[in-house]
Ligand binder design. Structure first.
Ligand SMILES: [Zn+2]
Length: 515
């Protein structure tokens, strides 16, 4: 196959695009072989990677009420929308809604148990905050889970209580995860078909490789792993997939799991948490937040994270640690460095790296650690970031330019549904770095377009350990490529939001064709 009349960028920083590209089976070739296809002057790029997203909840939330997607902006409107949910989407008789961003509500707060009880005295209602770490239940749901009579032990977070000792209906962290794993879920077949729909959405954005950032985050590890296994057995998956497992080394060993790397399907990473999130003011900072009297906190006492990571490294796993505050990131850098010793080849990862600690990027670069950030957050949550961090929001938050200067392996990602799924939204945010209100967030960290795109192409391939076979469109590399509906090199950041892939190939096979 020869693709002609095109502008083929071998990689994001290519300054001399070719007018054609030869495909030799699954690889980029050097000579014409078989039929020709005229691309009408369109841009061709290597397939993009989303190195951290949550495919499973994206799929599940398509079967619930997605509050952000439905553009619901008040508590009465949410209650109204819950009343409208058809029976077919009330799995086990429950009403479930997700992606609740209370900052976008006129009340600027989460709904209460009492408000939900007044509207739904008998129907269990379960809401999930967009961060994925907070659940809100009404009395019928608390009752259905037996929480009114007994309180399960959880490792972190809490089932919150008011001053009188009554459950407020809100649960955080491991307490929320306990609920996620027990609330009724749709049948596997329905979830599988929605996973395919999410993968199709990703292809339309030009993403050909995806990393599921936490197997076990939504329905518990075993149920989710069983569903992923069914997807793999069904075959014909049009993207390359990687998985981070939300398991400790002991939990992985108990399931006889070992790290597996394959060009199409890798499960070689265990996921850990160092702290919470900046939006929830639980990310561990070295100085207090500006709008609330807390510095956030690390999730583990000193030494515990390090011993978890040491065990994972020793068992051959790659490590991914969620760390957002500068204090949480420093603790993580120390723990990874100690866990890996002289072996800097494993490419352990730090997810988010929100408020960079002084010297942290150099430490990460020297330790061979991948930094995986989400520039799309800058736009979605910029106002809350600016409020919480104050003048620090003008410094090294969500590093871009300083990460490249430090020579760190930087990959961009969406963290969807927490951030917007489109990599083009992420690239626009990495360039403009503005909150919805227009406030600048770390303006000196802005990247030029090509560098931002590169963090989704070669940065993503590096994060998946795919760089030896698919980071460019040079001869001999895998023919994973996308043909775009516009020229993103000349588009404004606003125009980038409309960028889509009309034709997508993986391993030289067409997996999407709207050209
Ligand atoms: Zn995530």
């Amino acid at each position: 196959m020869l693709l002609t009349n095109a502008q083929v960028y071998c990689d994001a920083t290519d300054t001399a695009p070719h007018s054609e590209i030869a495909l030799n089976g699954a690889y980029v070739g050097t000579h014409f072989d078989g039929p020709k296809r005229d691309l009408g002057g369109r841009i061709v790029l290597p397939g993009l990677t989303d190195a951290h997203l949550h495919i499973f909840p994206l799929a599940l939330f398509r079967l619930q009420l997605d509050i952000a997607a439905a553009r619901i902006t008040s508590i009465p409107a949410l209650i109204d929308a819950l009343h409208q949910v058809p029976d077919a989407r009330r799995h086990g008789g429950w009403l479930q809604a997700a992606v609740l961003v209370e900052d976008t509500f006129t009340e600027a707060r989460l709904p209460t148990r009492a408000e939900l009880d007044a509207a739904f005295p008998d129907t269990p209602v379960f809401l999930r905050r967009y961060c994925g770490h907070v659940a809100i239940l009404n009395t019928a749901a608390l009752n259905a889970l037996g929480l009114l009579t007994r309180q399960p032990n959880v490792a972190s977070g809490s089932f919150r209580r008011d001053a009188a000792g009554n459950l407020t209906g809100q649960a955080d962290e491991a307490a929320a995860a306990w609920i996620f794993a027990r609330a009724p879920a749709p049948p596997d077949a329905q979830i599988l078909s929605e996973i395919s729909a999410v993968i199709d959405q990703c292809l339309a954005y030009g993403l050909t490789s995806l990393v599921e950032a936490a197997v076990g985050f939504t329905l518990g590890y075993d149920r989710e792993a069983a569903i992923w296994t069914k997807l793999r057995a069904a075959g014909n998956i049009p993207v390359r997939l990687g998985f981070m497992n939300e398991l400790t080394t002991d939990q992985a060993a108990a399931r006889a799991l070992t790290p597996q790397w394959d060009a199409n399907w890798s499960s070689e990473t265990l996921k850990f948490f160092a702290d919470g999130i900046i939006g929830g003011r639980t990310g561990a900072l070295s100085e207090p937040y500006c709008d609330i009297d807390t510095m956030g906190d690390v999730m583990h006492p000193p030494g515990v994270l390090q011993s978890q990571l040491t065990a994972a490294h020793a068992a051959g796993w790659r490590i991914a640690v969620h760390a957002t505050g500068d204090r949480g990131i420093s603790q993580t850098l120390d723990a990874i460095t100690a866990a890996q010793g002289d072996d800097t080849s494993r490419r352990h990862r730090i997810e988010h790296f929100f408020v960079a600690p002084k010297g942290g990027l150099h430490t990460a670069a020297n330790a061979g650690i991948n930094v995986v950030t989400q520039p799309g957050f800058l736009h979605r949550m910029g106002t809350s970031i600016a409020r919480g961090l104050g003048p620090r929001a003008l410094g090294c938050v969500y590093p871009g330019a300083s990460a490249l200067a430090a020579n760190v392996a930087l990959a961009f990602s969406s963290d969807a549904p927490t951030g917007p799924l489109s990599p083009w939204d992420g690239i626009a945010a990495a360039i403009t770095r503005r909150a919805p209100s227009g406030e600048p967030i770390g303006p000196s960290e802005s990247l030029p377009f090509a560098q931002a795109l590169n963090a989704y192409i070669s940065g993503g391939a590096h994060a998946m350990r795919h760089d030896h076979f698919r980071s460019t469109l040079a001869p001999g590399q895998a023919a994973d490529l996308v043909v775009l509906n516009m020229n993103p090199f000349t588009a404004s950041p606003d125009e980038l939001n409309d960028c889509r892939a009309d034709l997508v190939m993986k391993d030289g096979k067409v997996v999407k064709d709207d050209l």
